[in-house]
Write a protein that binds this ligand. Structure first.
Ligand SMILES: Cc1cc2nc3c(=O)[nH]c(=O)nc-3n(C[C@H](O)[C@H](O)[C@H](O)COP(=O)(O)OP(=O)(O)OC[C@H]3O[C@@H](n4cnc5c(N)ncnc54)[C@H](O)[C@@H]3O)c2cc1C
Length: 474
């Protein structure tokens, strides 16, 4: 049946059902707003369908397979027989459970769900082409809009994603079988997480990175710990080389790279993962018709209320710029909905944590020592090596450290860098400390459960005060 054009109206139109959009929609519904959420593809967006959740599911499973095969020193001798289709099927089940949950939560909070692609026709109207042929369209008049269209992987010139030889991160999360060899172009967090996962499952991985180290933006001792561990896992690195082009060899790809002196190198691999960053999506919804103009990086700039230059239109999540992280999108979604509902909520970016799910994991929040100096603080730093953590030794993962940065005079906690097992969880304590305006003593005097990895956070704070007992004070 062909459904013709219909005209409807809503108080708040949310475009995109990823972490930014669905949170804005649910929070808006909770606050009594009349909300319509339009999603072109799958509820949960990149995060639930081809990002955070599927990658962490596969990373966990690869850890399990690797650990079971490498526990001889604990007296465990076993082989892991990994069935890739079974593994991907399990991951898909996790994704389905969560995406179904998002849909249900939206409905339970009174959000009107419209499947299809929304395009602005002017600053108060959008047209939704309903999914499926002959399904017609809907013209929706809105009082406020929230643009939450997310981001997509950047394609390198000459390396169009074909899902066959040249893969995006999404392709790698849904492989039918494990390639014997993989060339990973890009040593950022997505490249490093997926390289580690593939290497643990038995794939020979080579990472080619244009810069001179992995994970740009992290301190040298943080990246060194992760890089050395990756090398132990068999991952090879080539730095200072840019991928220039590739050809199909029949059973793989031959990739040519070039360094800054113009010297070329060739690599062959069954598949190539290109993970060189992500770019905001603004070309799906005709933002210009609403009076919005992306900046030179394609980002819709916003103020601390998540509001764009157009008073009644908000932008949240990846489309609103870095850091492109799901929890930042959640927060912006909350703020946009609350501001629209008339609440005095504002964004505060001083304690946005970030985690990299490598081996070991990285967790960071707030300022590093050098950033604190650059901001005019006189920082004091405390550290606890994981090799001195009883719990780290009991789980056989004692690489890394916890570093806490505070202002020397006031002892206000300014930041932390953690490289450790479960660093993604441990960092939450320091995020809370910053959020609450806590001092070093507050963390140091908190009684942490023994034996846990979190004790290392307490010890690092005590170390900054010269009062650590399980490690030498600085
Ligand atoms: C491999 C990978 C791993 C990641 N791991 C992590 C992690 O561990 N932790 C973390 O915090 N972040 C992680 N991220 C990043 C995280 O996924 C994103 O930051 C997050 O999904 C951004 O949410 P969003 O709502 O802005 O956009 P998205 O999740 O991208 O959602 C945007 C939605 O908008 C829809 N859409 C676009 N245009 C239209 C239109 N015109 N009409 C209707 N719908 C439209 C899209 O279909 C999509 O569903 C990862 C990303 C990747 C790729």
């Amino acid at each position: 049946m062909v459904v013709g054009d219909i005209a409807t109206g809503t108080e708040v139109l949310v475009i995109g059902g990823g972490p930014g959009g669905y949170v804005a929609a649910i929070r808006g519904g909770q606050l009594g707003l009349d909300v319509t959420l339009v999603e072109a593809d799958a509820y949960g967006g990149t995060c639930l369908n081809e990002g955070c959740i599927p990658s962490k599911a596969l990373i966990h499973a690869s850890d399990l397979a690797y650990e079971v095969e490498h526990a001889e020193e604990m007296g465990i001798h076993a082989r892991a027989d990994v069935d890739v289709q079974g593994l991907v099927g399990w991951k898909d089940g996790v994704v389905d459970q969560l995406t179904g949950g998002v849909e249900q939560l939206c409905k339970a909070n009174g959000v009107n769900l419209v499947p299809g692609r929304a395009e602005f026709t002017d600053s108060h109207t959008a047209r939704v082409a309903h999914g499926g042929e002959g399904q017609g369209s809907e013209s929706i008049e809105f009082e406020h809009a929230v643009v939450a269209t997310g981001s997509r992987p950047i394609e390198l010139p000459g390396f169009s994603f074909d899902g066959d030889r040249i893969l995006s991160s999404s392709d790698v999360l849904s492989l039918d079988s494990l390639p014997e060899t993989m060339l990973v172009v890009g040593g950022g967090y997505i490249g490093m997480e997926l390289s580690t996962m593939l290497a643990k499952l038995g794939c020979d991985v080579t990472v080619v990175e244009m810069l001179d180290d992995i994970l740009p933006g992290y301190d040298e001792d943080v990246t060194r710990t992760v890089r050395e561990r990756a090398e132990e896992l068999g991952i090879e690195f080539s730095f200072g080389e840019a991928a220039q082009g590739w050809e199909d060899t029949g059973n793989g790809a031959r990739v040519t790279t070039e360094n800054e002196d113009g010297e070329t190198t060739e690599y062959t691999a069954e598949n190539v993962l290109v993970a060189v960053g992500r770019q905001p999506v603004t070309d799906t919804c005709n933002v210009e018709a609403a009076g919005l103009e992306p900046n030179e990086n394609g980002v819709l700039e916003t103020d601390d209320a998540a509001r764009t230059d157009v008073e009644h239109i908000f932008a949240v999540g990846d489309v609103a710029g870095e850091p492109m992280l799901a929890h930042k999108a959640y927060r912006e979604g909350h703020v946009a909905a609350e501001v629209i509902a008339g609440e005095p909520t504002r964004l505060d970016y001083q304690a946005v944590p970030a985690a990299v799910f490598t081996d070991p994991e990285i967790g960071t929040v707030g300022l590093t020592e050098s950033e604190a100096e650059a901001e005019g603080f006189d920082p004091v730093v405390g550290e606890m090596p994981m090799a001195a953590s009883g719990r780290a030794l009991t789980v056989g993962e004692d690489e890394g450290f916890v570093r806490v940065v505070a202002d020397a005079e006031t002892e206000f906690v300014l930041g932390a860098q953690i490289v450790a097992p479960e660093a993604s969880e441990l960092i939450a304590e320091v995020g809370l400390a910053i959020e609450m305006g806590a001092r070093l003593e507050d963390i140091a005097a908190t009684i942490h459960t023994h034996p846990t990895l979190s004790e290392a956070v307490g010890e690092a704070a005590a170390n900054a005060r010269g009062a650590a007992v399980h490690t030498l004070n600085r």
